[in-house]
Structures are given as C-alpha cells and as structure tokens.
Design a protein around this ligand. Sequence first.
Ligand SMILES: Nc1nc2c(c(=O)[nH]1)N[C@H]1C(S)=C(S)[C@@H](COP(=O)(O)OP(=O)(O)OC[C@H]3O[C@@H](n4cnc5c(=O)[nH]c(N)nc54)[C@H](O)[C@@H]3O)O[C@H]1N2
Ligand SMILES: Nc1nc2c(c(=O)[nH]1)N[C@H]1C(S)=C(S)[C@@H](COP(=O)(O)OP(=O)(O)OC[C@H]3O[C@@H](n4cnc5c(=O)[nH]c(N)nc54)[C@H](O)[C@@H]3O)O[C@H]1N2
Ligand SMILES: [Mo]
Length: 913
Amino acid sequence: MTKQSLYTTCTRDCPSACGLAATVEDGRLVRLAGAPEHPLTRGLACRKASRYVQRAYHPERVTRPMIRTGGKGGGWKLASWESALDLCAEKLTRIRAESGTQAVLHYQGFGERTALKLLNSYFFALYGGATGLRGTLCGGTGQASQNLDYGERVSHDPLDHLNSASVILWGRNPASTQVGLLPILKDVRSRGGRVILVDPLRTRSAPLADRHIAPRPGGDGFLALAAARLVLQSGQEDREFLANCAEGLDGYLELVRRWSVDELCELAGVRLDDAAFLAETLTVRRPASILLGWGLHRHVAAHQTIRAIDALGAVSGNIGIPGGGVSQGFEEYGPYDQRWWGHELTPNRRTLLMPRVGREILEADAATSGPPIRMIWVNAANPACTAPRSDLVAEAFGSRECVVYCGHFLDDTARLADVFLPATTFLEETDVTASYGHNYIGPVNPVIAPVGECRSEFRMFHDLAGRFEFADAFQRSEMEWLEAICAPTLEQGVTMAELMRGPVRLNAPMVPFADRRFPTPSGRFRLVQDFDPGLLPATDPDYPFRLLTVAAHRFICSERTMADHDPLPEVRCNPARAAELGLTDGGAVLVTSPSGEAPARLVTDPSLRPDVLAAERGGWTRAGHDLNRLVADAVSAVGNGAPYYEAGANLVRSRDGAARPILVVQHGPGSPGGVFLQRLAQHGRPLDVRRMFVGEALPQSHQGFSALVALGGPQHAWDDADWPHFGPLMELMRGFDAAGKPVAGLCLGCQLLARAWGGRGWTMPELEFGFVDVAPTNAGRADPVLGPWIAEKGGLPRLMEFHQDSFDLPESATLLAGSAQCACQAFRVGRASYGFQFHMEVDAVTVADWSLALREGSVPTYREYRDQFPPEYFETLAAELPLLTDASGDFCRSVVDRWLALGNRGGARGPAD
Ligand SMILES: Nc1nc2c(c(=O)[nH]1)N[C@H]1C(S)=C(S)[C@@H](COP(=O)(O)OP(=O)(O)OC[C@H]3O[C@@H](n4cnc5c(=O)[nH]c(N)nc54)[C@H](O)[C@@H]3O)O[C@H]1N2
Ligand SMILES: Nc1nc2c(c(=O)[nH]1)N[C@H]1C(S)=C(S)[C@@H](COP(=O)(O)OP(=O)(O)OC[C@H]3O[C@@H](n4cnc5c(=O)[nH]c(N)nc54)[C@H](O)[C@@H]3O)O[C@H]1N2
Ligand SMILES: [Mo]
C-alpha cells in the first residue's frame, strides 16, 4: 500500500481558503485535514472540508459528459468528450454566425475562484465577446461602499487582529463561515478582550462573543449613528483624526444629530445599553477591530450601513492603527494579471445584472439593443437555485436553445442544461488560489487523478479553443498559464516553484492606512453625509417578517447532493409569533412573499426577534427547497448587489398540513422509502412510520389515517411465520381501499398488496437487479396515476429493480406495466390501490449501497446471485447512476402527486357511494 500526504489549498467559496493536508492511500483520497504550515489557518479546517472526500466520490457526482436527447423535456445520455465538445463548438460557431457573439451568455459563478478561472472569461473574449455579468450575488456592495470612504477598500491582515483589544463581528458568522478566524477571536478573549456580535440572529458565533446585539435587519446604520453620537457625547472622539485625516465632518455631525440617541436605538431595534456598550468598547477597549460580514451587503441600502460603520470606526479612533480598522474582505482575484480576463479585447461587450439575471435574459428576448440570449455557458454556479427569483432564472435558462453546464452534480441549473461537462474538483486540479478572507495565496495541487472522465475547466476550454480559429492563443500548459497569470506575485520575488509548494503572503499591509493617507482625491477619509431612511424597506403588513436565508453551517451555498436534503427546508420563527398565526412547532407551512410561496417546516425558536424568519440558503428547488423564489430580484443602491436579506415574508399553514397522517409500513432499514416519502412530506403530509423490523405495531384500522404506503424489504411476501404482521397488514390494505383511501405497495409491499387481493407469490429463476426497461400496458397508458407521465414522455424511464420474487396478478387487478424478466411491474386494484414492483423511490446513495451489498454478498437472501453480474456491470451502473436516478426520481414525484390526489376523489374509479 502507498500512503502519501500532499499539500493543497481549499478553493471552495469561503474566506478561509485553508491550507490542507490530503492523505492519499493507493491513489484514493482518504482524509482531508488542515495543514499546520499555513500561517493563518494553522492546521484548522472545517467539517465541510473533511466531508469533501465523500463529495468527490459521491454516487450522485456526474463523471462522464452527458447530452440531453429528445429536446427540453427529454432525458440524458452519456457522451464522449469528443462529441460533447464538438456539439458545443458547433453551437457556438453557428450562433456567432447567425446572431453574433452576444447571443451567448457566459455565467461564471462563485464555486471556484482560482487563477486559471480568468481563462474561462478569456476564452469568451477570444470567441468575440460573449454577454457577461455585472454586479454580484455576493460581496461587491461592501467593496463599492468602502471605496467611497477610503478611496480603496483594504482590510487589515487577519493576523493583525491579534493586536486588538476588541473585535466586533458585524453581520458575520465566522463560527460557520470562516473557521480561520476562530483562534484569533479566542486569543482576543483569552487576553481579556471583548468580542461583540451584531446580528439579528443568534448564530453559532454568539457563544464566541461577550455580547450579542440583535438589531432589526437593515437597522445597523442607526445603531452605528447612535454609537457615534454616544462617543461624541462622551468626548472620546478622535479629534486629531477628524480634524486632520477626514473630510465632511460638518455634514457628518449634522447627520449624527438628526435623531436623538433614543430615536436611533428605536430605529435600529436595539436597547440603549447595547449602543452604549458598543460605544464604550470602541473607545475604552481600543484598539477595536470591526469585521464586517457579507450578511451586511445583502440590503438595498447596504452602503449606508457600511459607511455609517466606517465613520464610527473613524470617530472612535480605530482607523489606520494596529488592531483596529473596519475590515471587510480581500480581492480573491487581485493578485493576478488582470489582462487575462480578456475584457480589453471586447470593451463593448454586453453585461446583464447578476442579481436579476433571470429577468434580464427574458427581457433581452424583446429588447432591440442586442440579440436575444440563445445559449448560456455556466461555470461553477447554480443560479437557478442561488439567484433571487429563482423561478424566473429557471424560466429563462429553461427556454434557451442551448445551455452548457460545467460542474459536479445535477443541481437545479444543470437540470436545465443540454450539455453537462463534468468538472474536476480542486482535489484533481493544478492551479493557484488566493482568498477573499486573508492575504495568502497558495497552490492547488492534484492529490488524486480525475474521478471518472472529469476534466478541469482549463482543459475543457483549452480543447474547445482547439476547435476555433483562435486555437493558438490558448495553447499553453497549465504551468505556463499560471506563470503568466501570477506575474504580479512573481514580481514580488517569489518563484513559481515556491508558489506551488506552500502558502505565500502577498505584498499587502498588515495595517492599511497606517500613514493616515487615503487614496481619495483629498487624501482624506470621507465621512458619510447622506443617509436616506427612505431607502430602507417599508414593512408590508401582508409580509411582516424579514426572511433571512443565511449561510448553512454544514454546507457552502448550494453545494449539496439530493441525498443531503431534508424533505422541506426549516424556517425558524419566534414561538409567540407562531402562536399568533396559529402555527405549531414542526408543522408544515407555506412561506409567502409578494413573488410566490414555498413549502417549509416550521421550527419555533425563542432566540429569534419577532420580526424575522430564519432559514438556510442553498437548498435545491428540485429537492423541495425553493426559498429563493420568494426573494425579489432587486439591486442594491451601490455596488449592484443582491438584497436577499430584505425579503418580506409571511407564514401560513400548509394546505395539507392539517390532513390526517399517512401510515407508512417499513420492512427493513435498507428500504427507507426515499423519494416517495420525501414527496409526501413535501406535500405537508404528516407521516406515521411503523418499523416492523424493530417490532413496532400496526394500527387496528384505517381510522385516523388518510393513506397507506407499504415499503420494500428482503422478506418473502408469504413468510407469515417470521412476519406475523403480514396478515393484519393485508387486512389493512383492503380496509384502506374500501374507505377510498389510497394504498401504495413498493416491491415487497407490492407483492403483499397482490396477496391481499388473492395473488400468489413465487420466486423467479434469477434476481432482477438494476435499472431496466419497463413497458406500460394499454391500461397503464390510460391510468390516472401513470398515464399522464407516459403521455408526456412517450414511455416510462428505466427503473431500478431489486427482487427475486414475483406474483400472479390478482383476478380483479389491472396490469399497468411489465419488464422482460418480470411481467407484473405495476398494477391497480380495488378503488385506489397500486402495486409497484420497481423501486422508483431510490436515490443514488441507496443504489450505491445496494450494489455494494450485492457485490459483497452481505444480504443473505441475495448472496446466491452474486455472480450473476460481472464487475463491468457495476461500473456502467455507477457511471449512469446520476442520470438514471434523476429520471426515476422525477417519475416517482409525478406518481406520488397523482396517487395522493386519488384520495381527494375517493379512488381511481371516482368517489365511493
Ligand atoms: N458554512 C458555510 N460557510 C460559508 C458559506 C456557506 O454557505 N456556508 N458561504 C460562503 C460565502 S459565499 C460567503 S459570501 C461567506 C458569507 O459569510 P457571512 O457574512 O459570515 O455569512 P452570512 O450567513 O451570509 O451572513 C452573516 C450574518 O449576517 C446577518 N445579517 C443579515 N442581515 C443583517 C443586518 O441587516 N445586519 C446585521 N448586523 N446582520 C445581518 C445574518 O443573520 C447572518 O447571520 O461565507 C462563506 N462561507
Ligand atoms: N437566499 C440566499 N441566496 C444566496 C445568498 C444568500 O445569502 N441568501 N448568498 C449568495 C452568495 S454569498 C453566493 S456567493 C452565491 C453563490 O451562488 P453560486 O455561484 O451559484 O454558487 P454555489 O451554490 O456555491 O455553486 C457552485 C457550484 O460550483 C461547483 N464547483 C465548484 N468548483 C468548481 C469548479 O472548479 N468547476 C466547476 N465547473 N464547478 C465547480 C460546485 O459543485 C457547485 O455546484 O449564492 C448566493 N445566494
Ligand atoms: Mo458569497
């Protein structure tokens, strides 16, 4: 066995950009941990980094190129790189000839922001200038605002906070979003210093702080003015700085005096002693470092807040001193030669506003100023999930002629694509990365070979360029390009070899503006003059809450898998407010906003302000998490940011939430009900799950339940001796049906349903395993549950099988579908009962588990079938798994929706007498 430890740098969308030690055994990555040699992150790394090993090898990861067949509603098929890149080149060439290069939109997201990413944009410049993006979903507002005050935003080196007597975390949650800061905060406190958290939510960073101040969202500007006024009243202001280094003092003083301190606190939604504590900390506990978070950006008037805080830093004498400053972030693309974006080649290229990208694409269809967007090329982004008004983004992307998606998983945006180009993760790449949270640049070293056929984006564009007239301009190796792009850093006197070996500190000040000169026209710090409360959002009585969709602790933005999702997103609300609305903890709710509604599960949380709702960002629409459709696609007043955190929202009880529970009978831990149960939960239906394999009991009758689902398991359906509940369960199946309540049996449940209606069970000569073709019967085509899907798609998707037993169709039943190996794949019986032999409910993780169990012979029932399938069979299955489970999952959801609707009509044959 070979075992190696390799140094690399985390490139994920996080300010920490930790140095990582990757442990590789026999070519397989087994561990990712913090590397001690990084001067800032010093051996730290978050759980998300350690779990990235699983992500790299995840069964849902797409590892072969895929092309959509049969138009927009069609399915995926695997393709070779040659044919996928040929198709992309052909589309790009044709659209350029017919409509011009601006008919192509290049959407570069935030998934990975390394040196070589500049070349993605360079490719589209050489192509002739595709439409690009302006503005940001992330942090541009803060930078634009600070540029107004300082002339240029420059943050203190995080290691300078070791000189701070106090740290104010303002709209920032490093306990979740930047582990690299945690040792510094602990150091401050261990020296008796103070940490204050300013955040409407009591986040995981609250325990790191001496005090948590919870203003109303967007109210921070008033808090900053209140604290400044208290500083001025106490006479502790930095007169020397205000007189010699700042401009606009009179206007600023006028602004500060426009409201009384009490009024300001009222407007900010804080207590007077909170403002006083802040003022005292900034003056008496100097030097104080204010660390602004990205949370502050996501408001229309973010610039007012940030500028008021900058001014507070100045008034309190904390600018330009060690341990002080108002720091916000760093330029992650700053260390590179900006020429390689290629923007100079195409100065007149069109740009669309990122925060409104859905609407802007749709509006371009009707505009006369440029061609409609015919094609979209997506790199490292998931805007159909992460951008505001995700519904409009989906509409816009879904209606283009061609969408090319480069990424890792079949997320919301990938599902709207026509070509999927599987990208490597940073673990499989050579590159260099800087950080938006500190001053170190570090190497990205390939610690494993590309998984499957994945390729780096660099290689994709390199090979694609080879199909164009500008091929030569792109033909350099990765290292040659890195030398060119990193030229400004190499000019510091660092060699490329050093850069690829470990972290290098960029030439940047530890303490910016230490000479008290600012790159503004006057050379002075600008004190904010304008503060327009009219820019703050008015409270709409129909949507009285602010919905804060903040960074999740366990995930970065939308980097998840289907299997990671709970059926519904959690939305937290203050219990008193929930009670006023008649809502209970744990119940299904609809979150509403002026732009729509989205289902969620309510969690009451007494730590919450009464005027906010809290949720995590990044859940996939496809997995039933759809909160970004509620967020207006507004644009912040400065910096073209996305004001996510001012979404007005309300809560109402889910329409189905009061329905009686659905009885679910589970027969084994390996058959959890997957997509079928998730979909029921997404409808807001309470589920009462009885786990028969741990001896739980069945209810006596259907009374109190609205439907019945019997899941699969490794048992024989006739094994009443070992499973005495089979008899009562079959009794229940008939009872539910007689009452017009829908019954569904999956796999073993299907066989039991057949028995319940007189069908006999038996064992087949061979195991039926894997995704097989299932053909509908004529009755299946006309069936209310299966028929609509078949009519739309022209047939059933390939569906997962895992069974050795089958059954004779009961006499009164109608056969709906069959496969070559097993005639009875789906039937309908009684008034509202359906048997499904196939496992439409599986996700990729379950199939991967089952494959492993079969290969290893770990389930005794199936051990004898081990040799029925050669190893290559499982390799192909693994390569196709993402597209197979994608299609079968969609089918399953459609079946659940229609099956559940039977209950409203009293069954497949209409209401009961
Ligand atoms: N675990 C994890 N880490 C991440 C990410 C992630 O998704 N998950 N995302 C990465 C990315 S893309 C970024 S940009 C950074 C973001 O890093 P952070 O800025 O730390 O994270 P956010 O959750 O966006 O916002 C921080 C806090 O701002 C608060 N906030 C909202 N409105 C206001 C307000 O008006 N005033 C005040 N004072 N606070 C307010 C929110 O309640 C939230 O707790 O984190 C990065 N790191
Ligand atoms: N409601 C709400 N929504 C938000 C926010 C919020 O606060 N609230 N915050 C916003 C913020 S701060 C941000 S930064 C955006 C992020 O929004 P997006 O830029 O859309 O990014 P992610 O969700 O991080 O998805 C990045 C994708 O890139 C993939 N990826 C990673 N590395 C590579 C690579 O090298 N090549 C390719 N091709 N793919 C790669 C990942 O697997 C992932 O699928 O979301 C925003 N959305
Ligand atoms: Mo971000």
